[in-house]
Design a protein around this ligand. Structure first.
Ligand SMILES: Cc1cc2nc3c(=O)[nH]c(=O)nc-3n(C[C@H](O)[C@H](O)[C@H](O)COP(=O)(O)OP(=O)(O)OC[C@H]3O[C@@H](n4cnc5c(N)ncnc54)[C@H](O)[C@@H]3O)c2cc1C
Length: 458
């Protein structure tokens, strides 16, 4: 095998995996990981690091894998990230670190994500813990939301000696990692819960079932003695299309469908969680959320189509998830957009009227704008529609926090370090950027922790 080709990772057979919710990608064996890691040429000026929002020493952790020092590889990773097993599974590496890997110029870039997953899984399987002694400084900080932004901010502050309380509205921690991304991509007990458990080992106090904005306001938290507050409350309010028929029975947001499947565990055979399942399911959208909804519906036994306004090349979902979806028999209707949802006499979804699209001029963001092709309307049968069109932040916190500035989409306005207009209040992750990625939320949590530290040292 030439050094230009990446060591292939194994996946479960599509015909078997669509019948259960077990993890699809099997990850590298030790031998495979060492072989892949040995392809890294240890660049003097590694561009991969600048492609990583938390600037992991990528050549450093990969070298340790190549040498067979898996524990030391994990030690390096854990200096930069609290969720390496999660990121190794869900980061869009092709647009980040791997995009800048020099090996990619002539062959395949290093499988940086799969190697990160390998080192992190090795540490979890072998109960390796990297705990340093922490000197407490007696100052209290509140973190709102236990998604990647909140987890990272809380972990970084705890390492700096702060007494951190993490407030979470739900009965389980993890944010989208727990209620959004399905088990077959990110196992909850085996991976998410165990990486989050490291937070408690750092001394972070986790307070579940506390809805900030109702149970307490942000201002109440200051009255309780917290000297700074980080808001990492995500973007959980789904966007709808605004087309006729969206209120029919059988139309769901991807958020609701995935929350029932994941957080409420409808995917488990013994579960009695109610979940609506159509025979012919249409998923609208082309991002990771759309792929997760489509592949989840497939595992429940539905025939699934995804309708997307642009072409396969523009799909915003991770390439690996698109390939997995295709292998699993998800059908794609590219360059098409729903116009109307038609119902039967009892108010249930029956059909969709859609129109074909073509790509026109580039937008300000450089993407070609899809435009409808006049006279190309078509209708097809469907009995369930899942909308995966993006999300905006829930306005509860901004509505109940005096003077906190938000934009027209209710995103909290904060600078690159999470500093908001309100003294002592910091924010980051999807509640600031709108729906983005795990690693960007982590990067925002990390920067905000540094800013909070500077603020409280003044
Ligand atoms: C289905 C799905 C699949 C995705 N797939 C990928 C992927 O493959 N790769 C990738 O990089 N990204 C993916 N993303 C995006 C990624 O998960 C998010 O960008 C990331 O989780 C944002 O992190 P966050 O911490 O800002 O918010 P979240 O993860 O949304 O966490 C926010 C937390 O705050 C809590 N909260 C909200 N309001 C309050 C309140 N008032 N009081 C207390 N707690 C509150 C919420 O319950 C939640 O637990 C996906 C998203 C979804 C929905």
């Amino acid at each position: 095998m030439t050094k230009l080709k990446r060591v292939e990772v194994s996946y479960r057979d599509p015909s078997i995996r669509i019948k259960d919710f077990e993890e699809v990608c099997l990850g590298y064996t030790e031998e495979e990981a060492r072989k892949e890691a040995a392809r890294c040429i240890q660049c003097k000026n590694p561009h991969c690091i600048s492609g990583c929002p938390v600037a992991i020493d990528i050549p450093g952790f990969i070298k340790k894998i190549a040498d067979g020092n898996f524990k030391e590889s994990y030690e390096i990773l854990s200096t930069y990230t609290s969720l390496p097993a999660v990121c190794g599974r869900v980061c869009p590496q092709e647009d980040q670190c791997e995009k800048y890997c020099i090996m990619g110029r002539k062959g395949d870039p290093l499988a940086i994500g799969k190697l990160e997953r390998f080192a992190a899984d090795y540490a979890l399987e072998n109960n390796i813990e990297i705990l340093k002694k922490i000197e407490k400084n007696g100052k209290k900080v509140a973190v709102v939301g236990s998604g990647p932004a909140g987890i990272t901010c809380a972990g970084e502050l705890a390492k700096l000696g702060y007494e951190v309380s993490l407030f979470e509205a739900l009965h389980k921690v993890g944010g989208v990692l727990t209620y959004g991304i399905p088990e077959f991509r990110l196992p909850k007990e085996k991976i998410v819960a165990r990486e989050i458990a490291n937070l408690e080992k750092l001394g972070v106090e986790i307070k579940k079932n506390v809805l900030i904005g109702r149970t307490y306001t942000i201002d109440d938290l200051f009255d309780q003695g917290y000297e700074a507050v980080f808001i990492g409350s995500g973007a959980g309010s789904p966007v709808f299309m605004g087309i006729p028929g969206e209120n029919l029975n059988g139309v769901f947001s991807a958020n609701e469908f995935l929350t029932r499947a994941n957080l409420m565990e409808a995917y488990k055979k013994a579960s009695d969680t109610p979940i609506f399942l159509g025979k012919e399911v249409l998923v609208v959208g082309g991002g990771n959320v759309a792929m997760d909804a489509a592949r989840t519906a497939k595992r429940f036994g539905s025939n699934v189509k995804v309708i997307y306004r642009r072409t396969k090349d523009e799909l915003p979902a991770r390439v690996e998830e698109v390939e997995n979806a295709l292998e699993e028999g998800i059908e794609f209707l590219f360059l098409a957009n729903p116009l109307e949802i038609l119902g039967d006499d009892h108010g249930w979804v029956k059909e969709v009227r859609a129109i074909k699209m073509e790509l026109g001029q580039e937008d300000a963001d450089g993407r070609k704008r899809p435009v409808p092709l006049p006279g190309s309307e078509f209708t097809f049968k469907t009995d369930m529609i899942i909308l995966a069109l993006g999300t905006n932040p829930n306005p509860l916190i901004s509505q109940t926090t005096a003077d906190l500035k938000v934009d027209e989409k209710k995103r909290i306005i904060a600078d690159d370090f999470g500093i908001t207009n309100k003294d002592g209040v910091f924010a980051g992750g999807d509640c600031v950027s709108g729906s983005a990625t795990v690693i960007l939320a982590m990067g925002a949590g990390k920067k905000a922790a540094q800013a909070i530290d500077e603020y409280l040292k003044k």
